[in-house]
Ligand binder design. Structure first.
Ligand SMILES: [Zn+2]
Length: 207
């Protein structure tokens, strides 16, 4: 793996059992770590981070940034989030920028909420769209969703796949079938500005 060969976007570089996604690398739904850019793959054997070094380094969002992402896996003690955009919360919530490549974020169980979290699935599920704040400025980003602004902003009903509506800070309700599911719900979940940006992004990514 030490050969100097350019990686292409979408190219599989490793599997998630072996490495953690670094800069310009994302984890797909099957657990492959893939390049999101053209550049030289770099494997750090000490930290087990694989990244792709590009000529033009993407400027990373600083600590304390609010990022938008999609939950890609829910483990017993942490959640991974694929991060796609930067959001500002002031003066009102709005989109700042889309990240030039998807970055991986790690949300540890103790950073999920201001309460004891026994079962992570009671707070997040794969596919949820979330707002989270960065606690680090390098990839993978460490995240928190403790403050009320952070958490799920968009989730689908597991029974009929309709878009659910916020019911309380801890639950969402499906307007079609009435199903209620637990979540760590952001108090910005019904923000129209956020949903417009989200629709645009989802159309581009063809989710
Ligand atoms: Zn439903």
């Amino acid at each position: 793996m030490g050969e100097k060969r350019l990686a292409m976007p979408g190219e599989a570089l490793a599997v998630e059992e072996e490495y953690v996604a670094g800069e310009n690398v994302y984890e797909d739904k099957r657990g492959y770590l893939r390049s999101s850019a053209v550049g030289l793959p770099s494997y750090d054997e000490r930290t087990k981070v694989v990244q792709v070094l590009t000529k033009k380094r993407v400027r990373l969002p600083p600590i304390g940034s609010t990022l938008f992402g999609i939950v890609s896996s829910v483990r017993s003690d942490f959640v991974t989030v694929e991060l796609y955009g930067i959001v500002s919360l002031s003066p009102t919530v709005h989109w700042v920028a889309e990240l030039r490549s998807a970055y991986t974020g790690l949300l540890a169980i103790w950073q999920i909420a201001n309460e004891y979290v026994k079962d992570v699935h009671e707070f997040y599920r794969v596919g949820d769209a979330v707002l989270a704040r960065t606690l680090s400025s390098t990839v993978p980003f460490h995240l928190t969703t403790k403050p009320p602004q952070y958490g799920v902003v968009y989730a689908l009903c597991s029974k009929c796949l309709s878009i659910m509506e916020p019911l309380s800070p801890k639950s969402m309700r499906c307007p079609v079938c009435g199903n209620v599911e637990p979540r760590k719900v952001s108090n910005l979940a019904s923000s129209r500005a956020l949903h417009i940006g989200l629709k645009r992004l989802m159309a581009q990514k063809r989710w």
